[in-house]
Design a protein around this ligand. Structure first.
Ligand code: PEP
Length: 254
């Protein structure tokens, strides 16, 4: 059985105080909800990760991760954060490959491969994001793009390494735009991703990997998207900043 996950990417939002309030509010919203083995994660900006983790008001069911890391172990990289710094404060998970990192910080598949290796070397679990842009989908290239992103950044990994990988398919045209992939489009791509994993590794591995959908998931569409066979939950941006909306999305996981 694959683990189902709802993860909130807070991006560059919320002060420390707002972050503490939000995590306490989400905890309150889900305190009587049986997660039934499903996971809930939030990803605050670096500066607030430790505060949110240590928050006395945090419902312990809510895991806390980081949004990025630098590929080097340490060194002269002003403004950056190394994997060991995250694990040292108790962080277990990191998002890599988000489309905003690819677009605004020019992170390409080769760099992401290095970042994935740094994360795994330090024992971190990776939520790996990938997905096509609108023009790529319109040109009918979306499957090829996704396959290439996966192969370049992840297909050097061993089967054992994959135990630490969560995939997040996020069509760029659906992120923060209010345009959601239809449940059928999400299912079609997730099934393709599993087929690609089967070809590169094995059916057993493909069936074991949690594949999240990301892109304008809201309380009113979460249940339908999560209801698809190959969708194991969601990576949520905007709606993760509102406790009631995020809790409703968590509750949409079966
Ligand atoms: C994201 O940034 O990963 C995301 C899915 O954002 P949104 O839910 O706002 O589209």
């Amino acid at each position: 059985m694959r683990t189902k996950i709802v993860a909130g990417n807070w991006k560059m939002n919320l002060t420390r105080d707002e972050s503490l309030q939000l995590v306490a509010d989400i905890g309150g919203e889900i305190q009587n909800h049986d997660l039934n083995g499903n996971r809930v994660m939030v990803f605050p900006p670096f500066i607030n990760v430790g505060y949110v983790m240590d928050s006395g008001n945090r419902n312990q069911q809510i895991e806390v991760g980081a949004q990025n890391l630098h590929q080097a172990e340490s060194g002269a990289y002003t403004g950056e954060v190394a994997a060991s710094m995250l694990t040292n404060i108790g962080v277990n998970s990191v998002i890599l490959g988000h489309s905003e990192r690819r677009e605004y910080f020019h992170e390409d598949d080769d760099l992401l491969k290095e970042k994935v290796d740094a994360a795994l070397k330090n024992g971190l679990e990776v939520v790996f994001c990938f997905g096509e842009k609108l023009f790529e989908r319109q040109a009918g290239n979306h499957f090829a793009i996704v396959e290439q992103q996966l192969k370049k950044a992840l297909f050097h990994l061993s089967e054992k390494d994959w135990e630490k990988i969560i995939l997040a398919y996020e069509p760029v045209w659906a992120i923060g735009t209010g345009m959601t992939a239809t449940p059928e489009q999400a299912q079609e791509m997730h099934a393709f991703i599993r087929k690609t994993l089967t070809k590169g590794y094995s059916e057993k591995l493909a069936e074991s990997i949690s594949i999240l959908y990301g892109g304008s998931v809201k309380p009113n569409n979460a249940e339908e998207i999560f209801g698809k066979t190959d969708v194991d939950g969601g990576l949520i941006g905007g709606a993760s900043l509102k406790a009631a909306d995020f809790a409703a999305i968590i509750k949409a996981l079966s």
